[in-house]
Design a protein around this ligand. Structure first.
Ligand code: ADP
Length: 719
């Protein structure tokens, strides 16, 4: 028992000497407050602190979760998508700006498209009537049909003859004859041209010239079955003739031919212009500056490439739609559309529509590489370009459309190893769940423990309060009786001898009761302080019991009870403290009387026996007190030896008591190296048996025990 508790008991006991009801109440309140304070401490320790701790761990775990890989992936994705789209915006808005600048400054937007953008393959201009204006032309009407194989067969055999070194004038004659067999004018014109060539080879220059002039005048714009414009072929042949006479003049004529071709619109669907220009340049090359040649060759190549793309992409460019699109917007504002092979940028300027085609394959494969490049190598994500026809890829974290530049396209950022990430997440979730479950479990456990403990604390507090109330009552009633009877004797109020004798008996009885109570309370206080000593001396136990019983006589008699005592004279001597043993007997017989009806018989039987005591089979002396009283419920049996414990049973409650008699008795028995047993049946009665060992307790020196073998049972809050 700690000092605070002990001093509380002291105060309690000292106040009991003058126990005003208010003071007892105050004491109860103090006990209650103490209980509440302890409960608060317990609650904070077992519920609030673990809850806070686990809450903290939970919040930390959630915060770490936010910093986890997926959060990282999301942030990385957003950043990468932003970088990518910003770069694309910059790139294509630069293109738009370049186009508008050129339109405003009057520079050609159609030549050298690569200068505007590396993926730009062709630029076209249409007029209001949706006709292709520059730099190409589309031949109106149906495409010219080629000659039948038979007709062309006639021409072919002559051509083979000429190529395999056949005599030129002979070849010229044969071409003239073949022309007669050919059905279509372009075929005939071609045969005439070949005839002129052969005449020139044969040295009949004047004749050739005349024929060529005639052809240029009549069929200059006509194309031969291979798509060559006869005018171009004639010009080439003439320049070649000049070259044969005068190389410098001829080279200049050829160069002029090339320049003329480049300045002119080429016709989509034929492309003979490119071949003629290349042939002219290769003939003139030996007589020209290398720079001149390479510049011209570059221009021819670019124009040819553009022509190739124009032919390829024309079917997917619908100028009508593009016009309609562009109509509503300010001139110079670019509209973007995606076709099968090209990304189209169209804009309006004055009366023309400009259409620029980007090679979609080249553009998107470069963008794909760019998309990959915007993601760090160690990032948990990958980036890719998604075409309009492609579905949503799996595990996309971030997706951004590439409008307006690439309508329908988007850049998607997806988890690199989604399975591993999901497994990781599952594990984290399980862990968090575990932590939460653990915290809930711990809190619930703490709460249950707290509730149980507070229940017990309250029980003890209530028992102590009951104790204080009982003691004050138990003290008051004998004192009142003694005083009353004493005063009536003193004042001569008892008239008859019988009345006087009754008064004397009453005074004796009440004194005995008072002394029993005071003995118990003082002993209990001493026991709790650890200050109780017993003088164990060998002696006649029966005698000690007998002496104790004497002090009970008048109480028993008053209740009209019979005490049957069986005390053999030959009981062996036992080391004992006669007063303490007397107190035990008085407590047990007192209880037997208290918890039995008036007029009942109580038996006290002492005997030598053998029994298991402290784990050792040994001879013992048993003193049993047997009653036929109210008995004790099994659940009470376990607790009746605890300090202040009183049965809640209503029958027991009707009897006044303090709840310390059995505690003291048990303590005394343990101090004697013995014990106390109880058997009881509710409604039938109880038997309390004190058992003393015959051999003295081992640590008994000189018959004085300063400390018990076992500590007295303590109250939970301390007294
Ligand atoms: P009290 O002053 O209440 O009698 P005790 O410590 O002597 O205190 O007894 C504790 C409780 O044990 C009693 O309140 C009563 O309920 C029960 N008890 C003790 N002796 C008997 C008995 N002989 N018959 C029935 N109940 C008993």
């Amino acid at each position: 028992m700690d000092r605070g508790s002990r001093s509380l008991l002291h105060r309690l006991l000292s106040r009991l000497m003058a126990p005003g009801r208010g003071e007892v109440r105050a004491m109860q309140d103090a006990l209650h407050l103490e209980g509440v304070l302890r409960f608060v401490g317990l609650f904070v320790g077992t519920v609030v602190l673990p809850a806070l701790m686990l809450g903290w761990i939970g919040i930390r775990s959630i915060r770490t979760e936010q910093l986890d890989v997926q959060g990282e992936a999301r942030r990385a994705s957003e950043a990468a998508a932003r970088t990518f789209t910003e770069a694309l915006d910059r790139e294509l808005s630069t293109f738009e700006l370049g186009v508008v600048n050129r339109l405003e400054s009057g520079r050609s937007t159609l030549d050298s498209p690569k200068e505007l953008h590396p993926d730009l393959v062709v630029g076209l201009r249409f007029d209001r009537d949706l006709r292709l204006e520059a730099p190409f032309a589309v031949e109106d009407g149906a495409r010219r049909t080629r000659g039948g194989p038979l007709d062309m067969l006639a021409w072919r055999s002559v051509d083979t003859f000429a190529r395999s070194g056949g005599e030129p004038s002979e070849a010229a004659a044969r071409f003239a004859e073949a022309a007669g067999h050919l059905a279509l004018p372009e075929e005939r014109a071609r045969a005439s041209f070949d005839r002129a060539r052969m005449l020139a080879r044969a040295g009949r220059g004047a004749q050739a010239e005349a024929l060529l002039a005639e052809l240029a005048a009549e069929d200059g714009q006509r194309r031969d079955p291979w798509g060559f414009r006869l005018g171009d072929l004639v010009a080439l042949e003439r320049a070649e003739l000049v070259l044969a006479r005068d190389s410098a003049q001829g080279a200049q004529a050829l160069l002029r031919l090339v320049e003329g071709l480049l300045a002119d619109r080429w016709t989509v669907g034929f492309g003979g212009e490119g071949a003629v220009a290349r042939r002219a340049l290769s003939l003139a090359e030996p007589h020209l500056e290398p720079d001149q040649v390479s510049a011209a060759r570059g221009r021819i190549a670019r124009r040819s490439a553009m022509l190739y793309w124009a032919e390829l992409l024309l079917p997917e460019l619908d100028p009508a739609t593009a016009w309609a699109d562009a109509e509503g917007v300010r001139p110079g504002v670019v509209r973007w559309r995606t076709g099968a092979r090209a990304l189209w940028a169209t804009t309006r300027w004055e009366d023309s529509l400009y259409a620029f085609a980007f090679d979609l394959d080249s553009l998107t494969s470069r963008l794909k590489a760019d998309a990959r490049a915007v993601v760090a190598a160690d990032a948990p994500i990958t980036a890719f370009l998604v075409a309009p026809s492609e579905g949503e890829p799996a595990d996309v974290v971030e997706r951004r459309t590439l409008a307006p530049y690439l309508p329908g396209w988007s850049v998607a950022l997806a988890l690199r190893d989604a399975d591993a990430l999901r497994a990781d997440q599952r594990w984290r979730r399980a862990l968090r769940f575990g932590v939460v479950a653990l915290s809930v479990g711990m809190i619930a456990l703490g709460f249950m423990t707290s509730v149980r403990l507070i229940g017990r604390e309250l029980d003890v507090a209530r028992m102590k309060a009951d104790f204080a109330a009982s003691v004050s009552h138990e003290l008051r009633s004998p004192i009142t009786q003694i005083r009353l009877k004493g005063e009536s004797l003193l004042l001569g109020l008892a008239d008859t001898d019988e009345e006087r004798e009754q008064a004397y008996h009453s005074i004796v009885r009440e004194s005995e009761r008072l002394s029993r109570l005071v003995d118990n309370v003082l002993d209990f206080a001493a026991i709790e302080r650890g200050a109780k000593r017993y003088a164990l001396r060998p002696g006649d136990l029966g005698e000690s019991v007998r002496r104790a019983l004497v002090s009970m006589e008048s109480s028993l008699e008053f209740k009209d009870m019979t005490l049957e005592v069986v005390l053999p004279d030959d009981l062996p001597a036992v080391h004992h403290d006669a007063d303490a043993v007397g107190q035990c007997v008085i407590n047990l017989v007192g209880n037997a009387a208290k918890y039995s009806a008036d007029g009942e018989t109580i038996r006290l039987v002492a005997r030598a026996a053998e029994g298991e005591l402290h784990g050792r089979h040994q001879p013992v002396i048993e003193v049993a007190v047997i009653d036929n009283g109210i008995g004790i419920a099994p659940h009470d049996l376990r607790q009746i030896f605890e300090p202040f414990y009183r049965s809640r049973d209503s029958l027991a409650r009707r009897r006044k008591g303090t709840g310390i008699g059995l505690t003291i008795t048990k303590y005394i028995m343990e101090a004697h190296g013995g014990d106390i047993l109880v058997t009881s049946k509710p409604g039938k009665g109880s038997t309390f048996t004190l058992r003393f060992p015959l051999t003295p307790p081992p640590d008994d020196e000189g018959g004085s025990r300063t400390s018990p073998r076992t500590r007295p049972p303590r109250s939970h809050l301390g007294a």
